[in-house]
Design a protein around this ligand. Structure first.
Ligand code: F6R
Length: 239
C-alpha cells in the first residue's frame, strides 16, 4: 500500500484527479469505479476542469460503489443524482456508460448479482476510487464479524446514518439500507485509490496504516491488494 500525504484537501483532490486522468489518457475506454460523499467532490471538480481542457471521457465507462435503498434516482440525495450533477453531466461521458445500482430494484439480490456480472462482462474495473467512513467502512461494507464478498443489500451502521444525516433534513430521513459492492467486488479492481480528508478520518487511517487486517475496520482488507494508493491530507494522517 502506497501512502501520499498531501498538505490539504485541494492538493489531495488534485493529485487523485491526476491519477484518474493518467488512467483515462493511457486507456481511453477504461472502466472507473467511483464513490460519492464529500471527499471525492474536489477530485470531481478537478476532473471537470481537465475535461474542459481536453481530457476525453467519451469512451470511459463507470460503475459506482453503492446506492441507498430504497431511493428514486430523481431524489437529490440519491447517488445517481449526485453523480449526474457533480460529474457525469459536465464531462461529456455517454450516460449509457455510467452505471449505478438501482435503488428502486424490486429484487435487490438479482440487481446486485447482475451488477457484478455486468462489471465482469465489461472487463473489470481498471481504477476504483474509494472514500472511507469514520468507522473504516469502504463502500457500505460496515464493520462486522464477517464481511460479504459480493455486491449486496446491507443495513447502514448507526454511525454512518449519523454521519450522512448532514445531507438530509434530519437523521430520520436517511435511508437505513443501501446496495453496495462487496469486499471482493472492490478487491477485483486492478488498481485502487482511497481518499481521506479531515480529522474525523484519523482513527480509520491510523488503523489502516497499522498493518493489521480486521473486519472491524473493513478498509484494512485493502492491505491484501497489490496496488492501492492512499491519498490523505495532513488532518487525516496522524504522522
Ligand atoms: C460513498 C461510499 C462511502 C463514503 C464514505 C465517506 O459512495 O462508498 O464509503 O466514501 O462514507 O464519505 P464522505 O466522503 O462523505 O466522508
Amino acid at each position: 500500500m502506497k501512502l501520499c500525504v498531501c498538505k490539504n484537501y485541494d492538493e489531495m483532490s488534485r493529485r487523485a484527479a491526476e491519477t484518474v486522468s493518467r488512467v483515462v489518457r493511457e486507456k481511453p475506454n477504461c472502466i472507473l469505479g467511483l464513490a460519492t460523499g464529500s471527499t471525492p467532490l474536489g477530485m470531481y471538480r478537478c476532473l471537470v476542469d481537465m475535461s474542459r481542457n481536453g481530457l476525453d471521457f467519451s469512451e470511459v465507462r463507470t460503475y459506482n460503489l453503492d446506492e441507498y435503498y430504497p431511493i428514486k434516482p430523481t431524489n437529490p440525495q440519491s447517488y445517481r443524482y449526485f453523480m449526474d450533477h457533480n460529474l457525469f453531466g459536465q464531462i461529456g461521458i455517454d450516460p449509457d456508460n455510467t452505471h449505478l445500482l438501482n435503488g428502486e430494484a424490486s429484487d435487490p439480490a438479482a440487481e446486485c448479482a447482475a451488477y457484478d456480472a455486468a462489471i465482469e462482462a465489461d472487463g473489470g474495473i481498471d481504477l476504483q476510487v474509494l472514500g472511507i467512513g469514520g468507522n473504516g467502512h469502504i463502500g457500505f461494507n460496515e464493520p462486522a464479524e464477517g464481511l460479504i464478498c459480493e455486491t449486496h443489500l446491507t443495513a447502514l451502521a448507526e454511525s454512518t446514518i449519523e454521519a450522512n444525516s448532514r445531507f438530509f433534513q434530519s437523521s430520520a430521513e436517511v435511508p437505513r439500507h443501501a446496495l453496495t459492492m462487496g469486499i471482493q467486488s472492490i478487491m477485483r479492481a486492478r488498481r485502487i485509490i482511497l481518499l481521506a480528508s479531515g480529522q474525523n478520518k484519523r482513527d480509520a487511517i491510523t488503523g489502516l496504516l497499522n498493518g493489521r487486517i480486521t473486519t472491524s475496520l473493513p478498509a484494512t482488507l485493502l492491505l491484501l491488494h497489490p496496488d492501492v494508493t492512499v491519498f490523505c491530507d495532513e488532518e487525516a494522517y496522524r504522522g
